[in-house]
Design a binder for this molecule. Sequence first.
Ligand code: NAI
Ligand code: 15L
Length: 284
Amino acid sequence: MTESPRPARPFSRLLLTGAAGALGRSLAPTLRAVCDQLVISDLAGPLATLGEPGAVACDLSQAGEVARLLEGVDAVVHLGGVSVEGPFEPILQANIRGLFNLYEAARLAGTRRIVYASSNHVTGCYEQGRRIGPDDPVRPDGFYGVSKLFGEGLAHMYFDRFGIETVCLRIGTAVPKPAERRELSTWLSLADLDRLVVASLTAPGVGCTIAYGVSNNPRGWWDSADAWERIGYVPHDSSEVFADKVQHITADPATPMARLQGGRFLGVGPFEFPPSHPTTRRPE
Ligand code: NAI
Ligand code: 15L
């Protein structure tokens, strides 16, 4: 049986969170082509730098703001939040509370699909070189990776209970070109990012799918073939053309940064509790 072609503009109102970030800026022009109206959103400060009339400032940690943002939205590309390893509190607010606010608002608004920027850091404690896929046990490499796992769990629950479809993309390193040896394995070209996100938005019947987001890298560590087939993603680019330039650039071989898939995030932390935290307060 041949599949009917996907509609050119399957969404009337598509929301892009994190629009002022690196990937949001890169994706926005492509997303405009698959919807009647693209709503772009971010924190007020970063959003102002875009100079986009009609952009909507929203702090994801604020439930009321998020509820207003989702009104009339039929699909979301969710990139907003803390994007690196760091202390727990900001990650809690933006990535954990923010995700809860987003899904609850989506449920109330009747949103049909979310493309969620998860991360390779949900499995960042596997050894470099080890082949893994979405069905392998998770091994997050920090608070950031754990927050992305919370999002994946929430996505599953909102599909099973409320029918909101999500494609969770465990993105590798989405940058114009790889800058070090690790990125020869983790690279996602920006053109392949476009392909991946559009496929995730428009594929029929994705349920709740987890897919790694990488280009066709011969040194890749992640096998996502089944999920890619399900969403219809075919990567076109390969990191290998950059190998001669960057394969000698590595973290200190004596550290977990060089040994584990999460790379330099393994060199961040641990973090002390802030002085006001109840467990660090001295007894009176
Ligand atoms: P980025 O840090 O450049 O952009 C994230 C955006 O989220 C920023 O513009 C920031 O202002 C916004 N944001 C932060 N806290 C917020 C809040 N409380 N409310 C509303 N907006 C908030 O990150 P980038 O590189 O564009 O990544 C986008 C998404 O993709 C992130 O969720 C990141 O975790 C994920 N990702 C990115 C990868 C990459 O290679 N760039 C790899 C894996 C995952
Ligand atoms: C991520 O999750 C980050 O958002 C991005 O900044 C990169 O560091 C990427 O992972 C990576 O692992 O290279």
